[in-house]
Design a protein around this ligand. Structure first.
Ligand code: ZN
Length: 368
């Protein structure tokens, strides 16, 4: 009896096993029904995603200004509004009138497009060290009048004298919001054939920072204003556009940004938004260039160009940037471009995988 029972049990198990097998075999067979819906290619998908970046119908800067009702010292002092005061220029005696004129020309091209912000003083440094010390003191008395000695002996005063020693033709901007009254300045060394472009670039920083007003819109510590890649990228893109060099600079930047990404696949402009990553990157040299420098200038310029291409030059500089004063950096970005900064990073990462020609033909506005 037990033997018969076992036999039945074993055959039952075998049938069960066989049936399982048969079933599993049929399930692997392809379904006969054809599927006509084609999957979009990655490029088509990317184009759809890029279309998400667009001019929004959010409140205009005009509406925001009229609704403003919170007390903010800088807004009340007119920091984010054009000023009647003309920019002033101080220059070391060893430089020529032509040097001065090229910087004046850059500032006037910048103010013509963006408006006149300040009050602004511009300091131009040649290669005479004693002369540079005199202008460095003048800079400190204007921009750091709360701490003149420290400025001369330990801070920007030293940087200015070094411009003369190394005959550098770099520039830097200073935004002295905390002073009474607040003021702005930038310093340029040894003007050369790029002086007009560099002066516009520095002036764009003056304009950007006129719309950054102490983070009163929220109490978060991680205040962004403009992300670093967008601050530098948009300063350089506008400078190149206004001197008629937009298309060439864009192509050059696309090449550099694309190959930088290929050689350093784990590093992106995203890393510039995080203090910890930034400190590591500052000490590092990436393949194909200096990490932070390449990311914030060339890659930042391509990222800026994508935002401008999907909206417009005027919208980017005259609607989005002024909104930062009223909405803060993150919200101004989101309400202006219809996507968050994070979503932008995802789209931009895939964008850089296109070929240089594809990117160039995609970014077709303003290239003529
Ligand atoms: Zn800059």
């Amino acid at each position: 009896m037990l033997y018969k029972f076992l036999l039945i049990l074993i055959s039952f198990i075998i049938i069960l096993a066989c049936s399982n097998e048969v079933e599993s075999v049929t399930s692997v067979e392809p379904k006969v029904e054809p599927n006509f819906s084609e999957k979009p290619s990655p490029k088509a998908k990317l184009k759809e995603r890029i279309k998400e970046i667009k001019i929004t119908e959010s409140k205009s800067i005009y509406d925001l200004e009229n609704e403003y009702d919170t007390s903010n010292r800088l807004i009340e002092l007119g920091w984010n509004k054009p000023t009647e005061k003309s920019p002033e220029f101080a220059m070391t005696d060893d430089l020529s009138l032509a040097a001065l004129n090229s910087v004046v020309e850059g500032v006037s091209i910048g103010t013509e497009y963006l408006g006149n912000y300040g009050p602004l003083k511009v300091f131009i440094i040649g290669s005479d060290i004693d002369e540079a010390k005199i202008v460095a003191k003048e800079f400190c008395e204007w921009a750091r009048k709360d701490n003149i000695e420290y400025c001369i002996n330990k801070d920007q005063g030293i940087e200015i004298v070094e411009m003369a020693i190394y005959e550098g033709n770099n520039g830097f901007a200073q935004h002295s919001r905390h002073l009474e009254p607040p003021n702005q300045s930038f310093v340029m060394g040894n003007p050369d054939k790029s002086a007009v472009k560099i002066a516009i670039h520095e002036y764009v920083h003056i304009y950007q920072n006129a719309h950054i007003v102490d983070g009163w819109w929220n109490d978060k510590e991680d205040y962004v204003g403009l992300p670093r890649w967008l601050e530098e990228g948009s300063a350089e893109i506008l400078a190149r556009y206004l001197v008629g060099d937009y298309a060439d600079y864009l192509r050059e930047s696309l090449n550099i940004a694309k190959y930088f990404k290929r050689d350093n696949p784990n590093i992106s402009i995203r890393n510039l938004e995080n203090e910890e990553d930034l400190r590591i990157l500052e000490k590092k040299d990436c393949l194909g260039g200096h990490c932070v420098g390449t990311l914030q200038y060339e890659t930042g310029a391509v990222a800026t160009a994508l935002l401008i291409n999907q909206t417009s030059m005027d919208y980017f500089y005259k609607e989005y940037i002024p909104k930062i004063a009223y909405l803060g950096g993150e919200k101004a970005f989101e309400t202006s471009f219809n996507i968050t900064i994070n979503e932008f990073h995802q789209i931009f990462d895939s964008f850089l995988d296109l070929s240089v020609e594809e990117m160039m033909s995609f970014l077709d506005k303003y290239q003529e």
